[in-house]
Design a protein around this ligand. Structure first.
Ligand SMILES: [Ca+2]
Length: 275
């Protein structure tokens, strides 16, 4: 194979690798953007149980998720969760978190809640979570959507992250309304009280925002997701179609370039043989 063909092939390979890397980045960004809530201050109503209090820095925006302890004590005892006892909640079972992002963002595009389902020790995943945004703490909150966070009350211990994606929405304050599972019906049909709700992280994503504290560690968690449309909100879900179109165009351009090089090589070979 002539040297110039090898060089062209190497260049093409490099272009393909770069394009693939760019495509992966674009697709990842199109789904969630950057976390802008790390280190953000928030209020909790009601406050957590004295036995499983919030930390310093605050646990729900420290970027860390609960991990399974290597001992026999499971997830709940690792100190990564803020715990709420159902006896401290009113009948609605609602826990309200209001996060101050520190400034108004124009393109909030996803919201997530991390929570635990460790039924063996009386910790139950919440029933649902609703995300709303506003420009001022006591302003009119626009509801973005609601996610069903129910998990199997007889299931194995697992920690979860549920994410709601939406078209960009503006705001500085994010209200997260968690509806705890106050009671449930067991396999024998007996209604039982659900003891605890454990939360470990809330993340707010901006399509273009810089992440002030780096990306969250979500290793070891189960990912669940939804869109504002699926969950009854009034915003249409993000599909990433635009990114895919760019990727198709880029791949088409590379293919055309490759065909051009191949044709050029073929012609040169023809010329070489005539010579
Ligand atoms: Ca955390």
């Amino acid at each position: 194979m002539p040297t110039y063909v090898k060089v062209c092939a190497l260049i093409l390979l490099a272009v393909l690798v770069a394009l693939t890397a760019a495509l992966i980045t674009v697709l990842a960004d199109s789904q969630t953007g950057s976390i802008v809530s790390n280190g953000a201050d928030y209020s909790l109503l009601p406050g957590p149980s004295a036995a499983y209090p919030d930390g310093d820095p605050k646990l729900l925006t420290d970027g860390a998720h609960g991990q399974l302890n290597t001992g026999a004590s499971g997830y709940y005892s690792g100190g990564a969760y803020v715990g709420f006892n159902s006896s401290a909640l009113d009948q609605s079972g609602e826990i309200t978190v209001i996060i101050d992002l520190g400034k108004r963002y124009e393109d909030l595009c996803a919201f997530s809640l991390g929570y635990l389902n460790e039924v063996s020790v009386g910790v139950f995943a919440p029933e649902s979570v609703s995300f709303s945004v506003a420009d001022s703490r006591n302003g009119d909150y626009e509801q973005i959507g609601v996610l069903n966070t129910k998990q199997d009350v007889a299931g194995a211990s697992e920690t979860y992250v549920s994410t709601l994606s939406c078209d960009p929405v503006a705001g500085r304050y994010v209200k997260v309304s968690v509806k705890a599972l106050v009671s449930y019906t067991d396999a024998e049909g007996v209604i039982r009280n659900a003891g605890w709700t454990f939360l470990d992280e809330i993340s707010v994503y901006s399509a273009s925002g810089e992440a002030p504290g780096g990306a969250a560690d979500v290793s070891g968690t189960s990912e669940e997701s939804g869109t504002a449309e699926q969950s009854g909100g009034n915003r249409s879900p993000k599909t990433g179609d635009e990114s895919v179109s760019y990727a198709v165009l880029a791949l088409a351009a590379v293919s055309a370039l490759a065909m051009g090089v191949a044709l050029f090589a073929k012609r040169r070979r023809g010329i070489d043989s005539i010579e």
